[in-house]
Design a protein around this ligand. Structure first.
Ligand SMILES: NC(=O)c1ccc[n+]([C@@H]2O[C@H](COP(=O)([O-])OP(=O)(O)OC[C@H]3O[C@@H](n4cnc5c(N)ncnc54)[C@H](O)[C@@H]3O)[C@@H](O)[C@H]2O)c1
Length: 443
């Protein structure tokens, strides 16, 4: 870094630090989904002036009208932020240049080949680069492979001659929000921060300290990127392990749920994970493959990740086998049976359908000739194979005589005693309590 650059860097750094400290910094959040909207509202609640940017004009319109489409963001919190004029949303990316801080929270899906699809990140960074000016702090929050921030984002931002750490600042801070979790929120979940250099790490940490209770600094963007992937790979592998144990227990006629309940009484060295119909959501089924892809570039084969992916992705098939077992016990076939699914969101008490295993189960049952319907208070309709399926109200669903009912997602609002009283039930979540009985098939 030249002496001149160092001087500019020092000035811009101090000016930005002051603006963060005094809450005068204007914050732009790109991508107003499950991650970006709660973050934008949290910054606004803490006194910052926040502009949310999203290419989806329905979302920006909803926010400006005070409609929250993310269950974790209370309408009252959104109203407060709008009423205090601390929050607004727009699709006009040209105003990004007037932000002091830009937080990128866009999707990072996989391609069909299971390779990372960074196209959303690239588009968002192109928009930031178009108006980048000295003194801005750019933070990537989207989950991605180690090296994305310094190998992909930094060169794009430096294309017009501005330099990270000298003219602008760049950090990675993984988002750890757990939608539907009322115990841990954006404010209370510790935030890991790694910058491309010490100035970027310090500025990004200062920003989060003003809105989040704990900030954990790490030495680089790569470490911060890897932290998130370790966390999610840990979950994917442990879920894979317990799914395999569930299949094993079934063969040995052992109740896996009873085993886990007893094992978790050990006060150290064990953490319970639960079997289920398969992985869902935008994180656990996807993020580990970002890591295995990057590992492959270095000639390293991530075997645990591939194996867990293999076991977990076979679970919808296993559920269908259990449905076939259940129907077989009453001398019926899947073909032409009316099968009703309780819960289609990928997990309890959320409306997120991304990668939901229920979609695979519906597909597999239909391929075998079943007539499938569903109930989910969070998901009014599902489009499957070009056809719109509508959620059937719970009371109607439990009083209809289906050939088989399947609990795919254990929403807390379901009355499991009523589901459990239905003649033939496959319970993939151990939600129907009580002793084993004829007609109740657990995973
Ligand atoms: N959902 C979770 O539970 C969760 C938790 C932790 C981390 N993450 C990570 O956070 C990131 C975002 O996930 P999400 O669940 O919030 O996704 P999301 O799909 O809910 O929201 C992303 C938003 O970005 C918008 N967008 C896409 N491209 C854009 C662009 N170029 N400019 C402006 N807006 C754009 C989309 O319209 C959408 O509203 C992902 O990398 C994900 O892996 C998600």
């Amino acid at each position: 870094m030249s002496a001149e650059h160092a001087a500019i860097g020092g000035d811009t750094r101090t000016a930005l630090a002051d603006r963060i400290q005094s809450r005068a910094a204007r914050i732009g959040v790109i991508g107003l989904g499950y991650v970006g909207l709660p973050l934008a509202v949290e910054f606004a609640r803490n006194g910052f002036d926040v502009t949310g940017f999203d290419v989806d004009t329905r979302k920006t319109g909803d926010i400006n009208a005070g409609h929250s489409y993310i269950p974790d963001v209370l309408a009252s919190d959104l109203h407060d932020a709008l009423a205090s004029k601390k929050l607004r949303a727009t699709s006009d990316m040209s105003t990004l240049g007037s932000m002091d801080v830009i937080d990128i929270c866009v999707p990072t899906p996989l391609r069909k080949t299971k390779d990372p699809d960074l196209s959303f990140v690239v588009k968002a960074v192109e928009a930031v680069a178009a108006t980048l000016r000295p003194g801005q702090l750019v933070i990537l929050e989207s989950t991605t492979y180690p090296g994305t921030t310094d190998e992909v984002v930094q060169p794009m931002l430096e294309q017009k001659g501005l330099r990270a750490e000298a003219d602008f600042f760049l950090a990675f801070s993984p988002e750890r929000v757990d939608p539907g979790n009322v115990s841990f929120t954006t404010r209370t979940i510790p935030k890991v921060v790694g910058g491309v250099g010490p100035a970027s790490t310090e500025l990004a940490s200062a920003l989060y300290r003003s809105a989040v209770s704990t900030v954990v600094q790490v030495s680089s963007t790569r470490v911060a990127e890897m932290v998130k992937l370790l966390e999610n790979t840990f979950r994917a592998v442990n879920i894979g392990l317990v799914n395999e144990i569930a299949l094993m227990c079934h063969k040995m006629d052992i109740d896996v749920w009873e085993v886990i309940d007893a094992a978790k009484t050990k006060p150290f060295g064990f953490m319970p994970f639960y079997p289920g119909p398969g992985l869902g959501g935008h994180c656990i089924p996807i993020d580990p493959f970002y890591l295995s892809w990057k590992a492959r570039q270095t000639g390293f084969e991530a075997r645990f990740i591939e194996l867990a992916g293999h076991v977990n992705s076979a679970m919808p098939d296993y559920v269908v086998t259990r449905v076939a077992d259940a129907l077989n016990s009453v001398r019926k076939a899947i073909n032409q049976s009316r099968i009703h699914i309780f819960g289609v969101a990928y997990k309890r008490d959320v409306n997120d359908m991304r990668e939901s295993p229920a979609l695979d189960i519906i597909e597999l049952l239909r391929q075998r000739g079943a007539i499938v319907s569903y109930t989910d208070p969070f998901v009014p309709e599902v489009i499957h194979g070009g056809e719109v399926m509508q959620s059937i109200p719970f009371d109607q669903a439990v009083s209809t005589s289906w050939d088989c009912a399947v609990v795919a997602t254990d929403h807390t609002s379901f009355d499991y005693s009523r589901i459990g009283a239905m003649p033939l039930v496959v319970d993939t979540r151990n939600a129907v309590k009580g002793d084993a009985r004829a007609g109740l098939f657990r995973l």
